[in-house]
Design a protein around this ligand. Sequence first.
Ligand SMILES: [Zn+2]
Ligand SMILES: [Zn+2]
Length: 336
Amino acid sequence: MAQEGITRYETAGGARIYRLPVQVFPALRAYVHLVIADDYVALVDTGSGQGSSDADLRDGMARIRDEWDEAVDWTDIDRIVLTHAHIDHHGGLNFVRSLTPAPLAVHELDRRVIVNHEERLTLTRFRLGVFLRRAGVDDARRTRMLAMYSGAKHSVRSMPVDDVLRDGDMLDGVFRVIHVPGHCPGQVCLQIDDILLTADHVLPNFSLFLSPESLTASNGVDHFLLSLRKVAALSDVRLGLGGHDRPVLDLGAAVAKIEATQRQHIERVYQACARPSTIAELTARLYPFVRDYDELLALQKVGAYVEYLDQRGMLAVANLAEVAEDDAAAPRYLAV
Ligand SMILES: [Zn+2]
Ligand SMILES: [Zn+2]
């Protein structure tokens, strides 16, 4: 059970936004948002469906009704919107679907993860296997990591999506859709008047998951940085509410902080390539204490920075002849 209370915000246009904490994983808190504009009610994200997440969501809805005197029941919900198709935001869909038939909207690039989850899982697992081999992860560790990857996502069932979102859309006359790929292909920020639901895009105090574009199209450091510029250009945002982390009171300052952190990550990886290294060796050196699922995430993150540097001609492959001859060889990157 998430101990943190519910917070209520009001937009310049009078819409109410309730921020509900849910414990999505043992060590990760996320926020689901309930948006009420006149008699329109939308649920933004659904938690993970794991641990106490569903119960936290159900209790949070009851508290909004009882403590804040909002006449909202599950059957009053007009819309479910997903900010992006990561399990900590869409894993609670099965539970939510059992309580409301409200139409579901998600960005077009994340739609497949929801409507064809099993297929996506299999294909991503395959691509992840190729990535890990090329990163220099040995067979035994790779098998263990792939089993861990699928195990965490098998509880989710596919579900129809009613509406797809695209950049610039006005959903239901309430949400302005801003497509921000990088962390997830179909991630969107949703603007309601002067408040921006920033999803996992603007989280200045949070270690963000990034993976290479070669593993997932529209992901990667390049897309992420461009998407940061995109939200920094919004001039009419007073408050940002993310899927994790504290509320953002100064969007420009938060973006600048994230950009500075990203530049540090890029520089660290570049410096670590002073001697020829595989992505696995770089990860072991830069993140010596990560284990299990966190290690899999760290490998993808280092892979994303290597890709960013490589795209800019800042790295050379020191063992090119070996890579050319042997499909199983892992490139060793050297700073140039
Ligand atoms: Zn995410
Ligand atoms: Zn998240």
